[in-house]
Write a protein that binds this ligand. Structure first.
Ligand SMILES: N[C@@H](CCC(=O)N[C@@H](CSCc1ccc([N+](=O)[O-])cc1)C(=O)NCC(=O)O)C(=O)O
Length: 220
């Protein structure tokens, strides 16, 4: 029986996606599973997220957060990096390869995710605006540009830079948001890349855990 306290993350009490794994706690769960770190989950309601107690952990009143002893983190990318730096399995030992893997983490969140979020917002939050019909194709083409460039770099490789890394974990997580749009299927090599990520046992465990929350069933 381990006496070492385990880290605690926060997640939606009721995820708007009904457990499809699109909320950002899934990528943190995935990283924890990849490094073999047991963790606890504190579920928070939308209302509780905006209260002072949660804002003391997350200045923007969001999830996920990560608590481990006297360390409190927010930002899913920072949490994944923290885990990758402290455990084997998500960043290479070689210094240059490690730096490249971290560059891919930033690329996922700073270059590929923003146009995808623009598309998500255009479809979810702006679809009743008169200008949406004109804007949507422009936003879609911005996403296509990034996907085309990413596919060109990935080529026939399994992962972005040799072995699977935290860069792939975040890139796959970002690309999963595209599934409903159909845009990912326009790039078969990227759809296969995402499928490789989803096939990883660690992802499967992370997905099942967040789905169990959505279904109100206790985790296995
Ligand atoms: N940059 C931060 C962004 C965190 C964030 O966006 N958190 C969202 C949940 S993940 C984003 C998300 C939400 C829902 C779906 N979905 O498909 O239902 C997908 C992704 C949140 O707390 N939203 C509540 C709020 O802002 O008040 C990070 O990466 O951690």
């Amino acid at each position: 029986m381990s006496s070492t306290p385990i880290p605690t993350i926060t997640a939606f009490e009721r995820s708007p996606d009904g457990g499809q794994g699109l909320a950002r706690d899934t990528r943190v769960r995935w990283a924890l599973e990849e490094v073999g770190q047991p963790y606890a989950v504190r579920l928070v309601s939308f209302a509780a997220m905006k209260q002072p107690a949660h804002r003391a952990l997350h200045p923007f009143g969001q999830i996920p957060t990560y608590e481990d002893g006297d360390l409190v983190l927010f930002e899913s990318g920072a949490i994944v990096l923290h885990l990758a730096e402290r455990h084997a399995g998500l960043l290479p030992d070689d210094a240059n390869a490690r730096a490249r893997a971290i560059a891919w983490m930033f690329a996922a969140l700073s270059t590929v995710e923003p146009p995808i979020l623009e598309l998500v917002n255009a479809r979810l939050l702006e679809n009743d605006k008169p200008w949406n019909k004109e804007r949507l194709p422009i936003v879609k083409d911005r996403v296509r540009d990034r996907l085309r460039e990413l596919a060109a770099r990935l080529g026939e490789a399994d992962w972005l830079d040799g072995v699977f890394s935290a860069g792939d974990l975040l890139m796959v997580s970002v690309l999963l948001r595209l599934r409903r749009s159909g845009l990912l299927d326009e790039f078969p090599s990227l759809a296969a890349y995402v499928a490789r990520g989803e096939a990883r046992p660690a992802y499967q465990r992370a997905f099942a855990a967040q789905l169990a929350v959505a279904r109100g069933t206790p985790p296995a």
